[in-house]
Write a new protein. Structure first.
Length: 619
């Protein structure tokens, strides 16, 4: 238990802790002014609340700061974990506590509202407090919402005027209408204001609109088809044709939005990415295999919460905010604090739900990149601070004597030994220093030998820097695994005998950055424990992508300019295209030399095959 040197009011808190029950509930921490600074829920209040004060040294710096500022606490006992979940969500929205991770104000996102009136309207809004009615959303952007609104307008006629209409049920008349407006003249409204459309018919129209907004396309299409056939049987072909066009429009929209089988009927999908300061969450609403909407949000971390802790709070909040009817949620991992009675969680391993989770992950990844870019534009100082932190973390993880302000990274590029080139990029203070980029033509290596090519360019680069007396970079990174690193070590340490830290960036089978490798004190290669969500990992990923892009661009330029030249192009009558075909077929000049005349003829034809064969087999 902490003492007064950490929290001056600890004696008062100790007395309260003795009365905290071992039941589900919600706890609130208050500061010296009586303001709520944190709200949490627990299955066992006694165990959870006491843990803040009993294991102080085990907590992160942010939780320690919270504990130092707790002046008092309040406890609310509830009947079940579901009640605790809902109460916590309501209290967080009410108090907006300083140390809770909070959703952004939902006023910034667009919604569709079916107004609570005798003759409802379908309205667009960003502020739900301005309207009374049933809300659908939030939608990811205004364009998608307007597209949906336009489709509904083409399917149904409803009023968009400002008349205050009221239905007098006793006298069966509409009150507040005078004469039809222009929308009636152009076919966008059936003029319920003057009784040209009954109150029941108008409400039935909005019943169908609600179903579309919820994603229930199938029932509406079947109903409209039945009406179309009835009209055709009555020989009312023009009206039937109007319905046929509406059915086609609805089916086209449904087909465009359907991404999985309709067996996935009513599901929410959540995914999350996070770094040391922010978490990014995507939620997708799925109805009958269609995406009703996709919603992403950024959450600023307050207490170094884990992804599981963040989703435990955000999933119920979004579920309530979007008025979701789903009883199942697809998530990347199980969340202990969300009871199954409230929402059934599924962690998919295959099938349609895994496909949906992958799509949600792609959405949240794109949103994370977009959010970071926007912060860099709006607040360059914050971006600079993040880069500075990443450089310090890299220094610590690689055990460097000084911060790696200047980082150089190498990559090779060739097609089975043809057009061999290499490239080097330099990052200074975490940003590309394009004036220091370098290109290398491979001069001494025959065939596809990445190790020898890497050794050549590293030797040429740093031999020149040493001879010129130019300062060396703070860190050398090779785009490759342990083999490439060992080649670089032999050149740097054994041949050039210079002091230059070496690291490697390994990729997975999809050519994405997987891990950072480094040498330990005994020159053994080990893996640096970086999470893919760490900012320093994103910096390394950017470096690797940039050197790969630069090498590939140089390689393409070299091919397009016809600068390719090998022993094959020295043969009279053999041009670059023939030489390229031979190298792509056999892999190297050495292998070409070993081929029979028939093998060569199959690759480039008998005439040119004879030239090559004679060249390499003459006495």
């Amino acid at each position: 238990m902490i003492d007064a040197s950490i929290n001056k009011n600890i004696e008062h808190i100790k007395l309260k802790l003795k009365t905290v029950p071992e039941t589900p509930g919600v706890y609130q921490y208050l500061d010296a002014t009586g303001k709520v600074i944190y709200v949490g829920k627990a299955r066992n209040l006694q165990r959870r609340v006491s843990s803040y004060f009993n294991r102080y040294d085990d907590h992160s710096s942010k939780i320690k700061m919270l504990v130092r500022n707790i002046h008092d606490l309040r406890i609310t006992v509830v009947a079940s974990e579901v009640d605790a979940l809902l109460l916590e969500n309501n209290l967080i929205k009410q108090y907006q506590p300083r140390y809770n991770s909070l959703l952004k104000d939902d006023k910034s996102y667009p919604w569709l509202c079916i107004t609570d009136e005798d003759y409802p309207q379908l309205l667009f809004t960003r502020d739900r407090s301005r309207l009374r009615g049933q809300f659908f959303g939030p939608y990811p952007n205004q364009r998608i919402l307007r597209e949906l609104q336009d489709i509904i307008r083409k399917l149904f006629c409803y009023r968009s005027c400002h008349k205050k209409l009221r239905w007098d049920a006793e006298h069966q008349v509409v009150v507040g209408g005078d004469r039809p407006c222009m929308n009636h003249q152009i076919g966008l409204c059936k003029a319920p204001c003057v009784g040209k459309e009954s109150h029941e018919e108008y409400l039935e129209t909005f019943s169908r609109i609600r179903k579309i907004l919820r994603g229930d396309f199938g029932e509406i299409v079947e109903t409209m088809k039945t009406e179309m056939f009835d009209l055709a049987d009555q020989l009312r072909f023009e009206e039937a044709e109007v319905l046929r066009r509406k059915i086609r429009l609805l089916e086209e929209y449904q087909a465009k939005s359907t991404i999985v089988g309709t067996n996935v009927r009513d599901v929410d999908v959540f995914s999350i990415l996070s770094d040391d300061r922010y978490a990014y969450v995507n939620m997708m609403r799925i109805k009958n295999g269609s995406i009703i909407y996709s919603f992403s949000t950024e959450i600023k971390k307050q207490l170094d919460e884990s992804d599981q802790e963040i989703l435990a709070t955000i999933v119920p909040a979004l579920h309530e905010q979007t008025e979701s009817t789903a009883r199942e949620a697809v998530v990347p991992f199980l969340i202990d604090d969300i009871p199954d009675d409230y929402l059934h969680l599924t962690v998919p391993t295959r099938g349609d739900r895994l496909q949906l989770l992958d799509l949600s992950r792609r959405n949240v990844t794109a949103f994370q990149i977009q959010s970071r870019h926007q912060r860099q534009l709006v607040n360059p100082e914050e971006s600079e601070q993040e880069l500075s932190r990443s450089i310090r973390v890299l220094q610590k993880e690689l055990h460097l004597s000084r911060p790696p302000v200047n980082i150089e990274c190498f990559d090779n590029s060739n097609i089975q030994g043809a057009f061999p080139v290499a490239a080097m990029v330099r990052f200074t203070d975490g940003k590309p220093n394009r004036k220091e980029y370098r290109k290398f033509n491979i001069k001494t290596v025959e065939g596809p030998d990445d190790y020898a090519s890497m050794a050549e360019v590293i030797f040429r680069r740093y031999k020149r820097l040493v001879d010129e007396g130019t300062p060396l970079p703070d860190l050398l990174i090779v785009d490759g695994g342990a083999g490439q690193m060992e080649v670089a070590r032999q050149v740097i340490c054994d041949e050039l005998k210079i002091d230059l830290p070496i690291a490697g960036l390994a990729k997975d089978d999809r050519h994405r950055t997987r891990e950072l490798l480094c040498y330990d004190a005994s020159w053994q290669i080990g893996t640096v424990g970086l999470k893919p969500t760490d900012p320093v990992f994103h910096l390394l990923e950017q470096i690797q992508n940039e050197v790969h892009r630069f090498a590939i661009t140089f390689h393409r330029d070299k091919r397009s300019k016809g600068t390719f030249r090998t022993q094959l192009t020295d043969i009279p009558g053999i041009g670059e295209k023939t030489a390229r075909d031979l190298l792509l077929r056999f892999g190297s000049v050495k292998e070409v030399k070993l081929q029979t005349l028939d093998d060569l003829a199959k690759a480039i034809g008998p005439a040119k095959a004879q030239l090559v064969f004679d060249h390499f087999n003459q006495d």
